[in-house]
Design a binder for this molecule. Structure first.
Ligand SMILES: *[C@@H]1O[C@H](CO)[C@@H](O)[C@H](O)[C@H]1NC(C)=O
Ligand SMILES: *[C@@H]1O[C@H](CO)[C@@H](O)[C@H](O)[C@H]1NC(C)=O
Ligand SMILES: *[C@@H]1O[C@H](CO)[C@@H](O)[C@H](O)[C@H]1NC(C)=O
Ligand SMILES: *[C@@H]1O[C@H](CO)[C@@H](O)[C@H](O)[C@H]1NC(C)=O
Ligand SMILES: *[C@@H]1O[C@H](CO)[C@@H](O)[C@H](O)[C@H]1NC(C)=O
Length: 197
């Protein structure tokens, strides 16, 4: 019981710590300092729940003088909607002025400690990934979990090197992704865990 109370307290504290923190980071203030690529070919169609994508990323060491990576602590790789799959869909809307509100990249592929080079991740596309056109973006975060740098597998206008995911097999609106795939989702998980305790 005491363990439960201590655990509940910890969860409560972390809830407030997460919920009260306003990042308000704008994409244009970040250094585009990572080189990101995917194993996909432009326009390739991959099947959700079946196919894999290898994502590789590295710090662009040409930038050591102009955009140092000294404060990079962790990375977060995300699957992002291309503009062609965003039109008319408010729940996928881009907000480059405040990444907390940005819905371009709702799916976390992986996260972990930052390292300059030799980063590669083989991702099996989850079954419930929506049918859409995508690219991959990798953010670098500082010790406060604020985004401070990034790179993406496409060009600035997000039109090159795009790939498609065919989620027909299990395409469902309101699937688990929409709840767990973004930072708000994590907060709900905390709350839910707290509730269960
Ligand atoms: C976010 O930052 C911008 C620019 O610094 C500022 O104008 C805006 O008021 C901030 N918004 C919030 C919700 O803090
Ligand atoms: C870094 O600079 C070298 C020399 O100018 C260039 O050949 C190389 O393509 C650059 N790398 C990147 C990732 O821009
Ligand atoms: C981008 O790099 C410059 C030079 O190192 C640095 O002054 C600036 O703080 C960096 N921006 C971010 C958001 O880390
Ligand atoms: C690293 O973070 C410190 C403290 O926030 C800041 O003063 C410094 O400018 C940052 N360095 C870079 C290269 O962004
Ligand atoms: C999903 O994408 C596949 C391949 O592009 C297409 O054949 C299928 O009709 C799409 N399904 C829906 C529901 O849009």
């Amino acid at each position: 019981m005491e363990v439960h109370i201590a655990f509940a307290f910890l969860l409560l504290v972390s809830c407030f710590a997460t919920a009260s923190y306003a990042h308000n980071v704008s994409l244009s203030t970040l250094n585009q300092s990572l080189i990101v690529s995917t194993s996909t070919t432009a326009g390739q169609v991959l099947r959700a729940g079946v196919d894999q994508i290898t994502i590789t990323w590295a710090y662009n060491t040409n930038l050591t003088a102009t955009a140092s990576d000294t404060n990079y602590t962790t990375v977060e790789a995300k699957l992002c909607y291309a503009p062609v799959s965003q039109t008319g869909q408010d729940d996928r809307k881009t907000d480059d002025n405040n990444l907390d509100l940005d819905k371009t990249c709702p799916f976390v592929i992986t996260d972990g400690p930052y390292q300059r080079s030799d980063n590669s991740f083989v991702w099996t596309i989850p079954k419930d990934t929506p049918n859409a056109t995508y690219f991959v973006r990798v953010y670098t975060l500082d010790a406060d979990d604020d985004q401070i740098g990034y790179g993406q597998s496409t060009n600035g206008p997000k039109t090159s090197n795009l790939f498609l995911i065919d989620g027909t097999v299990s395409d469902q609106k309101g699937s688990a992704w929409s709840l767990f795939g973004n930072s708000f989702g994590y907060r709900y998980v905390w709350l839910l865990t707290l509730f269960l305790v």
